[in-house]
Design a protein around this ligand. Structure first.
Ligand code: TRP
Length: 332
């Protein structure tokens, strides 16, 4: 039997190059080897305020882009989180087994608090418990995530172990798996921060649906340094190192040393042009497929079939958990 992996993508904005390199590209590469369960985390999206029309568009785009990036619905179960209501149901149960102290330690929530954001929701606070449920429903061997989500997977493991100790072995304890190269693509304008949609006026973030012209412009104006050598040295040359990483990921994980050699003695302008060419070629390929998919019935069909498959597994797990806890009055 193939090992199973589960991953959620939260398209609270448009998908960008960081998501492609850090997640989507890897999913497409491993779907033959693993049983892949990939869902669109639309419940997680609403932990922060969303504009309805925009959210709807982002969700649809997200499915189209999953498919355009090479995920094959024959091999991989793709669905919308709310089409499998067991996510919210197990989410509440997991929440009831999580301590406030644990949630208080979650850096993602703390960061928002520290930045003085007002009116943070209860859903944002309990976000990691829903994510734990997303994972535990499907008993995966591992969970591919970016570095920023590692703490959430660790919480998931802690709560799974706690519940197993209390109720018997109801959950498989999953391993986080952090992709080495490309797990963390940084902002082009501030390469000490992760590439994200909250990137000022978006100069630092390349969206998968950006025009090629915009994408090229963003690469060409990426922040570099005054050292003038193309070398992978994230500490002293974060901007250049980020561009090396992007170029490497988009050219079959070409070794960094290879790239350094090619651009030895050459200027940043020439190097950036090469990165921009690689990025534009990839965007062009993804967008061509996206355009075919976005108005076809493939999206609805994929989601309906995916949800049906996922629900069989999820329903079984929730029933097992509720029985173990003593919440059900009819024997299994
Ligand atoms: N929290 C993840 C993110 O922000 C998205 C997510 C939700 C997820 N549920 C998940 C990832 C379950 C992996 C497994 O990117």
């Amino acid at each position: 039997m193939k090992e199973r992996m589960v991953s959620g993508i939260k398209p609270s904005g448009q998908l960008h190059l960081g998501t492609y390199i850090g997640a989507l590209k890897n999913f497409a590469a491993v779907q033959d080897e693993y049983e892949m369960i990939a869902f669109i985390a639309n419940l997680h999206c609403i932990t922060v305020p969303q504009e309805p029309a925009e959210l709807k568009k982002n969700l649809r785009d997200c499915v189209a882009l999953y498919l355009a990036c090479g995920l094959d619905p024959q091999k991989c179960t793709i669905f919308l989180q709310t089409d499998v209501p067991e996510h919210a149901q197990l989410g509440f149960i997991v929440c009831c087994h999580t301590y406030l102290g644990e949630l208080n330690r979650m850096t993602q929530f703390k960061d928002k608090q520290v930045h003085g954001e007002k009116n943070l929701s209860g859903g944002l606070y309990t976000y990691p418990t829903l994510m734990a449920a997303d994972i535990l429903l499907y008993s995966p061997t591992f969970v591919p995530v970016g570095e920023d989500q590692k703490q959430h997977v660790e919480l998931c493991r802690d709560v799974a172990i706690r519940m197993n100790n209390r109720y018997g072995k109801i959950f498989t304890v999953p391993e986080p798996r952090i992709a080495k190269v490309g797990a963390r693509i940084m902002s082009l304008s501030d390469p000490t921060k992760k590439m994200s949609k909250s990137d000022g006026i978006n100069k630092g973030c390349i969206y998968l649906l950006d025009t090629l012209k915009d994408a090229r412009k963003k690469i060409m104006s990426a922040t570099t340094d005054s050292l003038g050598v193309v070398r992978y040295d994230p500490e002293n040359q974060p901007g250049i190192s980020n561009l090396i990483q992007i170029l490497s990921s988009l050219s079959d994980d070409r070794p960094f040393a290879d790239i350094e050699k090619e651009f030895e003695g050459k200027g940043y302008g020439e190097f950036k042009r090469a990165v921009a060419d690689a990025v534009c070629a990839k965007l062009e390929e993804i967008q061509a497929r996206y355009n075919e998919i976005i108005n076809s019935d493939l999206i609805d069909k994929t989601l309906a079939e995916g949800a049906e498959k996922a629900r069989i597994i999820a329903r079984q797990k929730v029933s097992e958990v509720q029985h173990a806890i003593g919440m059900e009055i009819v024997d299994r």
